[in-house]
Design a protein around this ligand. Structure first.
Ligand code: GTR
Length: 430
């Protein structure tokens, strides 16, 4: 009897515990009919309730209001631009089958006695100068985008994935992101340069209360800012991208007026925020950026605000947590992030197998940003009005200033994606 009681109570404890676990486990919704009721905040109505019907009211009133909301409620406030210094590290004049000059340049961001150095890996076509460039952060180190043996390997913290152990990059990971993600030769053949930076040079991607990376450098500048509004890692990475453009202004090989910023996934969220905050990015590309990127948060399909704030609390500012399971209370949604880039060109891409990022929600952000683009004198997504239907896979929408495609396949960057970006760049930055 005693043992029966003991077993029974153990069973009860087990059942209660597993039930609690199940309740905490996040189960994503993928059912369009189960989306919560929502109304998007109006992009073209000022906080005072006035309809924005001309460029002046957008530029002077509504755009600053929207930017302010994204700073205080979503990504956090960045410090002002700092001084930069640069130093050449290496140069190879016959890279990429003799077609490109490949350089490594250290750009150091300086504030008083503190500094952070990011290493730029730069490819420019051999036969030209002052070229338009793509810039994109990479996940696992500059040496992963090209198998060349003489690209330096970062000593900074690296996420343990793709064969990385003990958070250290090694020889074994050279070239592991080459190819579809970084088709260097194709980019060079099309007349563009390519610049990449390991994102961990700017801020390591883990939650440590902002003790490291560029966050540490700006501790003092952040003190007067309310804690909930201080910059998260997405803001920090975007800040680094802007400082890279500061450097481009001093590099004759690169035309700092024709810069396209590209990013995948969390780095796609970053490219959108970089484009929203720095008008020097003439084309902004979001590859599979999903929640906190191009996808409308209010749909809560796949990854949600609550889920992303739980898994990655350091990406956004602390105020963003207010919108966990409470998206309707947020004064902005992600179509307004795309609107902040207007009238500059933006391209959003999704993949059919990337339901976690909500492809339809990414498309709808473009549709709802379209009126801002039209107000500013462009044709938005092209045609007389934005498309009424979610497009089929491999049917890019690219005739206006807001491009979109859905690609068959998984969460990744592929040759197909790059082919669309290069065509779009030919129209907007070349
Ligand atoms: C996932 C995250 C996504 C996306 C992705 C990535 O785990 O949920 O929002 O950013 O990581 O960046 O690889």
């Amino acid at each position: 009897m005693k043992s029966f009681t003991c077993q029974t109570s153990l069973l009860i404890v087990f059942l209660v515990h597993s039930n609690a676990l199940a309740q905490n486990r996040f189960v994503p919704n993928y059912d369009e009919t189960a989306i919560p009721a929502y109304e998007l905040p109006p992009a073209l109505v000022t906080n005072a309730g006035d309809s924005v019907t001309d460029r002046k009211l957008w530029e002077n009133t509504r755009r600053p209001e929207v930017l302010e909301f994204f700073q205080s409620e979503v990504y956090g406030r960045c410090p002002a631009a700092c001084e930069i210094k640069h130093e050449a590290v290496s140069e190879k004049t016959d890279a990429i089958n003799g077609k490109a000059i490949r350089r490594e340049v250290d750009v150091t961001m300086v504030t008083g006695s503190r500094s952070t150095t990011m290493r730029l890996l730069i490819y420019t076509p051999k036969s030209s100068s002052n070229v338009p460039v793509f810039i994109g952060l990479n996940f696992q180190g500059n040496h992963t985008i090209d198998p060349a043996k003489d690209i330096s390997i970062t000593k900074n913290w690296i996420r343990n994935r793709g064969g990385v152990k003990d958070n250290k990059a090694t020889e074994a990971t050279r070239g592991t992101a080459a190819g579809g993600r970084w088709p260097i030769e194709t980019i060079i053949d099309r007349g563009y340069g390519l610049v990449t930076i390991y994102y961990g040079d700017i801020d390591p991607d883990f939650d440590d209360g902002f003790k490291n990376g560029i966050h540490r450098q700006f501790e003092q500048q952040m003190t007067p800012i309310p804690p909930g509004e201080r910059w998260g890692s997405i803001s920090a990475w975007a800040y680094g991208l802007s400082r890279a453009v500061d450097y481009f202004e001093q590099d004759d090989a690169i035309d700092a007026k024709r810069v396209a910023v590209i990013g995948h996934s969390r780095l796609g969220k970053t490219s959108l925020w970089a484009g929203a905050t720095d008008p020097r990015f003439k084309l902004v590309i979001s590859n599979d950026s999903g929640c906190g990127g191009a996808a409308l948060s209010r749909r809560a399909i796949g990854e949600t605000v609550a889920r992303i704030n739980t898994s990655f609390p350091h990406w956004f500012c602390d105020n963003y947590q207010k919108y966990n399971n409470n998206e309707n209370a947020c004064p902005v949604d992600q179509h307004m992030l795309i609107g902040l880039i207007a009238p500059r060109a933006v391209y959003v891409a999704s993949a059919t197998g990337d339901r976690w990022a909500d492809p339809r929600g990414e498309f709808l952000s473009c549709v709802h940003a379209d009126p801002i683009y039209r107000l500013l004198g462009t044709s938005g997504m092209g045609g007389e009005s934005p498309p009424a239907e979610f497009p089929m896979a491999e049917s890019p929408i690219n005739s206006g200033h807001v491009g979109y495609h859905l690609r068959t396949g998984e969460h990744d960057v592929t040759d197909y994606d790059w082919a669309q970006y290069l065509d779009f760049a030919d129209q907007h930055v070349k």
